[in-house]
Structure formats: structure tokens, C-alpha cells
Design a protein. Structure first.
Length: 150
């Protein structure tokens, strides 16, 4: 297992808060030499600690006004087919296999409650092997940016 130090964790925390920050600005912010910082970020990427650099989209600006979490129970024999079918649905964001009263939790985003209803009833609910679903509509979301420490 690769060892990571406090500097690596500071880099992760800072980049998690703003991945678009330039290397020179991040270098000043963390008081790390620019070339050292660049090589550390490259190493963190090569070691797969940083899996990808991405953006966070403001979904409301493109009309995604409803976010929901759907718990579902499924026939265990049809697990792979269900995963495949769920991932074909554009509105599905994350599919997680979980413990507890549901077998899977999926996150979805739609424009309206009517679209959510149609998605759950007409598309997700009709996938072969899905036994039942329960939908939880997100009322409010507050996120905390993780701070990485050793």
C-alpha cells in the first residue's frame, strides 16, 4: 500500500474545495514549491488516489429541479441485468448496492415531480427483477467538503 503524508492530504483537501485552482496559486496557498506540488499531484494521480478531475454542475440551471433517492429490492438472480438496465437510464446518477431494508439505492434527477413519478413507475419499476421501490424526494441538501487528514 502506498504511503501518503500530511502534504498529500493538504493537497487533496485544497483541490477538493477547488480543483480549478492553478498550480501557482495552490503553491502559494500551501507554501509548497511549484515544481514539488506539480510532481506530487502527478504522483497522486498515478497512484490512483486522485481518480479524476471533474466539475460540479448546478443542476437547477439546466432544469434538474427534483433530486431523489430510490430504495429498491430485487431478485438476486437478476442483479447484473438490473444494473445494466438502470445505467441505461439518463436520469440515474449513482447505483449502490447496500445493506439494510433495501438491496440497492439509486440517485436520480428529474425536471418535475411528474417526470420522477413516470421514471419510477414506467421505467425503473418495469425492469425485470425489481420487486419494489420506495422513493425519497430531496427537500434540501447541505454538503460538507471533506478535509483529508492523517
Amino acid at each position: 500500500m502506498t504511503k501518503f503524508d500530511d502534504i498529500d492530504m493538504k493537497i487533496l483537501s485544497a483541490m477538493n474545495n477547488d480543483a480549478s485552482i492553478s498550480i501557482p496559486k495552490l503553491s502559494k496557498k500551501l507554501n509548497i514549491n511549484t515544481s514539488v506540488l506539480y510532481s506530487r499531484i502527478k504522483r497522486l494521480s498515478e497512484k490512483k488516489l486522485i481518480k479524476k478531475f471533474t466539475i460540479v454542475v448546478n443542476d437547477r440551471m439546466i432544469g434538474i429541479n427534483i433530486k431523489a433517492l430510490i430504495g429498491l429490492n430485487r431478485d438476486p438472480k437478476l442483479r447484473e441485468i438490473i444494473y445494466t438496465e438502470l445505467l441505461k437510464i439518463q436520469e440515474v446518477g449513482i447505483v449502490s448496492e447496500v445493506t439494510g431494508r433495501f438491496d440497492m439505492l439509486i440517485t436520480v434527477g428529474t425536471r418535475t415531480l411528474e417526470e420522477l413519478h413516470s421514471l419510477v413507475i414506467e421505467r425503473i419499476g418495469k425492469i425485470d427483477g425489481i420487486q419494489n421501490t420506495e422513493t425519497f424526494v430531496e427537500m434540501q441538501r447541505i454538503e460538507n467538503e471533506p478535509q483529508y487528514i492523517l
